[in-house]
Unconditional design. Structure first.
Length: 147
């Protein structure tokens, strides 16, 4: 009886260790670069990170890739987007005007399945102003550093 209990306990521990949360293996979680956290939004239900390897500047524009990971889906407001676990967005900032456009966005569920992928060409988007104390302001400071 003791031997069966030990075997069951060891099996349960091994299965729990292998199971993970279903997100670490999602493509969006393993996108290139090194992710650095900049904060949380929507009452801490979504974590916001940026890819330190994606930062670039060209002319008066700054670029950075941002990742959002939904921590608490019941509290999150998806604002007309698919109910995703991970999103990756490519941001473009006009460093002198303090405006931004999102050039592309991808959304994955908790199983790593791509739910949606959007591209927004430069001629289709209107620049949005940057509000203070927001993730867009933090991303602006990162992408336009030194400008």
């Amino acid at each position: 009886m003791l031997k069966q209990t030990v075997v069951l306990l060891v099996t349960a521990v091994l299965l729990a260790a292998c199971a993970g949360d279903g997100v670490k293996n999602a493509p969006g979680m393993q996108a290139k670069g090194s992710w650095k956290n900049i904060g949380k939004i929507q009452e801490s239900s979504i974590e916001v990170d940026y890819d330190t390897g994606s930062i670039s500047q060209k002319g008066g524009l700054g670029y950075v890739t941002e990742r959002q990971v939904v921590q608490h889906p019941l509290k999150a407001n998806f604002l007309g987007m698919p109910k995703y676990k991970v999103s990756i967005s490519d941001w473009e900032f006009n460093c002198s005007n303090r405006t931004y456009n999102i050039r592309g966005a991808r959304f994955w569920n908790d199983k790593g399945t791509l739910l949606a992928q959007h591209k927004y060409p430069a001629n289709d988007a209107r620049a949005t102003g940057i509000a203070y104390n927001t993730p867009s302001a933090a991303l602006f400071d990162i992408a336009c550093k030194g400008r």
